[in-house]
Every structure is written in C-alpha cells, then in structure tokens.
Write a protein that binds this ligand. Structure first.
Ligand code: 6PG
Length: 240
C-alpha cells in the first residue's frame, strides 16, 4: 500500500504514529513488540518524534525489543553506525531496558558478526517463527534496501537470515538481514523521501525495467503487510 505525504515531516509523524499503534497492539496481544530499525538519514525524524510527547508516554517501552535491519561493520559508537544514529535520536532518550536493545555485534570479522547476529535473533524467537512485528526500511537510489545491494549474493540467500555485503566505495563491510527473513515480518514499512528517490521508486512500484529485480523489489512479505510511506518529492510529478 502506497501513502503519499506532503513532506518529510508529515511522513515522519505518520510513521511514528504507526509505530506507536503497532507497538500497543503487539504488546496487548503478545506482551512484546519487536522492531527492526532502519539506518540512513530518512528515519531519523521518525525516531526523534517517538522520543517526544505525546508518543513517548504512549509507547510501552519496557516491552519493546529493538533490532536493526542492517549495520555498517564499524566499532560501536562510530558515528557512521546505524545504531549510533538511533541511540542519539531515540534510544538514549526513552526507558527501553538495555538488554532489550540488540545491536549487530561488532567483530573484526564481518562473517563472525553476521553469525553472532543470527544467533541473537534465533535466541529472541526461541524456536518460534522469526517474525518481527515491524521492519522499517529505507531505499537507496540504486534500489538497495537495508544493506541488500544490487548484485549481492545476499539477495538470493534462502537459508541464512543474516549476510555480509560490501559496497566498492566504502572501506567497511555491511551486515544485513536477508529478504528471506525480512519477508517474514508482520509489517514492512518503507520510508522514502526526496526527489532523488523518484526515479528508483517509480521503477520499483511499476515493476518496469529489464534485468534482475532491484533489491527492494524482493521485499514481499509472505503473509504480512507491505506499506510505502513516501513524500511528494519521491512520489514524483504524478502525485503533485
Ligand atoms: C544504511 C541504510 C540504507 C538506507 C538507504 C537510504 O545503512 O545506509 O540501511 O539502506 O536506508 O541507503 O538512506 P537515506 O535514508 O539516508 O536516504
């Protein structure tokens, strides 16, 4: 389902409101809420709004479990890490128990970090289906999402939940959840803003284009909801 918002602020308010509603519903139904946070810049404002009233008081923080859909392989606290951004914008400002925040482990070996994160996720679900209540995702101009990069072997990984990827223009590797795991989520919410994303968003939503599918096109929840929150700039002229 595609929803177009006037601007990033309105989109962020809607995303924060949906996060809060889903958290309340999950905690009421199952006693806990598991969410995969996205990295990059787009979700920052959403995170900031979650840490402010009125949402701050509404959200059952003590029953939330925070994970990440992807992370850069940099030491903890490195300003480039997705976890550092989320802590600054949200997690350091709300009463989530520290042992309910599950960052991608740092390890000099990216594969060891991926293996450890897979174990963290497996331990959380403890044999039940690994089904996150909400997966927040961004979209890159090349069609990547999380750190599922075009041409990456992670795109077709069926057995593993966590994989290592690398961009040629970065000195660090990345850890990403695979489509296999992301597609088990109850709700997948893409947050996309800015005119720079208009071309790739149109290609993804229209299904046009030759060649292999773009990574974001592989995100098709098996039984959950797929929702796109985009602003007018990203939606392009047709939406104005
Ligand atoms: C990352 C993100 C990445 C991001 C997109 C969009 O580690 O950078 O996980 O997938 O969501 O690149 O980034 P922006 O929100 O900054 O445009």
């Amino acid at each position: 389902m595609l929803e177009v918002f006037v601007d990033q602020e309105e989109l962020s308010r809607a995303a924060a409101g949906l996060f809060a509603s889903l958290a309340e519903e999950a905690v009421a139904a199952r006693g806990r809420f598991s969410v995969l946070l996205a990295g990059g810049n787009t979700p920052r404002r959403t995170y900031e709004l979650l840490a402010q009233e009125p949402l701050r008081s509404r959200i059952p923080w003590r029953d939330l479990h925070i994970f990440w859909g992807d992370e850069r392989c940099v030491p903890p606290g490195d300003r480039r890490s997705n976890a550092a951004m989320a802590h600054a914008a949200l997690l350091d400002l709300v009463p989530i128990p520290a042992d309910q925040i599950h960052p991608v482990p740092w390890d000099p070996s990216p594969q060891a970090a991926a293996d450890r994160y897979q174990s963290v996720i497996a331990a959380y679900f403890a044999g039940a289906p690994a089904r996150f209540d909400l997966a927040l995702l961004g979209l890159g101009e090349d069609g990547h999402t999380a750190s599922l990069l075009p041409g990456s072997g992670a795109l077709t990984e069926e057995g593993r939940w966590v994989a290592v990827t690398r961009r040629s223009d970065e000195e660090f590797s990345r850890i990403t959840l695979t489509p296999h795991l992301l597609n088990q989520s109850q709700v997948v919410l893409f947050l996309v803003t800015g005119s720079g994303k208009a071309r790739v968003l149109k290609a993804i939503l229209s299904g046009s284009g030759q060649g292999p599918p773009l990574p974001a096109q592989l995100i098709r929840p098996r039984s959950g909801q797929l929702r796109w929150f985009v602003d007018r700039e990203a939606a392009g002229p047709a939406a104005s």
